[in-house]
Design a protein around this ligand. Sequence first.
Ligand SMILES: [Zn+2]
Ligand SMILES: [Zn+2]
Length: 392
Amino acid sequence: MPKQLLTAAQGIHDRLIAWRRHFHAHPELGEHEEQTARYVADELRSLGYEPRERFGDTFGVVADLRPPAASSGAGPAIALRADMDALPIQEETGVDYASQKPGLMHACGHDAHVAMLLGAAQLLGQRRGDLRRGVRLIFQPAEEGPGGAAPMIAGGVLDGVEAVFGLHIWSEMPLGTLGTRPGAFMSSTNRLHVVVHGKGGHAAMPHQCVDPVVAAAQIIMALQTVVSRGIAMTDSAVVSVTCLQAGSASNIVPEFAELRGTVRTLSQATRATVLARIRQLAAGVAAAHGATADITLEDGYPALVNDPGIVDRALHAARQIGFTPDQLLTLPAQAGAEDFAYYAQKVPAAFLFLGARNEAKGCAYPHHHPRFNIDEDALPLGAALLAAFANA
Ligand SMILES: [Zn+2]
Ligand SMILES: [Zn+2]
């Protein structure tokens, strides 16, 4: 069936565009995807599915498709995942289907993800007899934060799932390309927050004070050694201090100084090493100055690690629907983060980027930009790919 999948997906191009533009015009923030989820569930019902709504106490929507009883349909299923949430951005594209909600925009392409997975639902539903195993369609909320994957997994969305595939539309890559990498693909994140407590007083008599500004400055410099002196050249990490706040006047030594920043790594082991070193340095440098440091390293998403075998299956499916070797890109690991990582921690997974850049159509702005847009010719490619992953 793979070759015909792309032809069939191109045959529903208008419908894919209509879906995508509907979601684009009606964006909803993470954890508020009530209308989006209802629309998705209604469309799934019209395609013959029996979706579960409010999945695991989220606005997630889940639908299963099983092969006909005669074949081996009782085994583990393949899961296909799309995210549904938008961003707090005022749209500036000027398109006639632009966001109807001030300050809200689908600026990461999740509108396309929902449309492509609905398209795959239609293609697969029409080819149920060809299915080798069950398929689970996962429409998840809140990828941009605070995270929808973890609560859906807690709700049991991966029970009985053998492998999970995810596709992100990508404006950095030309239309017609598909990119990924086996192993670590996207980064973990931690928010760094350090409050250095000293002893305030008159700036003319610093010997009576414990100056938290000087201690904070030395902590910032010490943190520059976390990666440069602590991480092997074959590994990588980022520690960025982005915010330093202290004091209110030129003649007062303040009581405290505050640092904020972000930490990125590509594995749980490196993450643990980096976080431990940050704690050690911040506490130690503060103590050396007679100050104390309250250190918070709040977990964001973990690193997204692709299973090499599942990546191979995804690329095989892509070749079967017509992607040529020069359209399949091996990408470097990305500093961005994705909550698809939680699925990949539980079952073997592959996450891929689908190119949607086209300068001629004005689709060349980065993700999260007010003029972000995609070449909608990527939609049938994505729908066909997701459908092909189901039998990969
Ligand atoms: Zn995004
Ligand atoms: Zn995204």
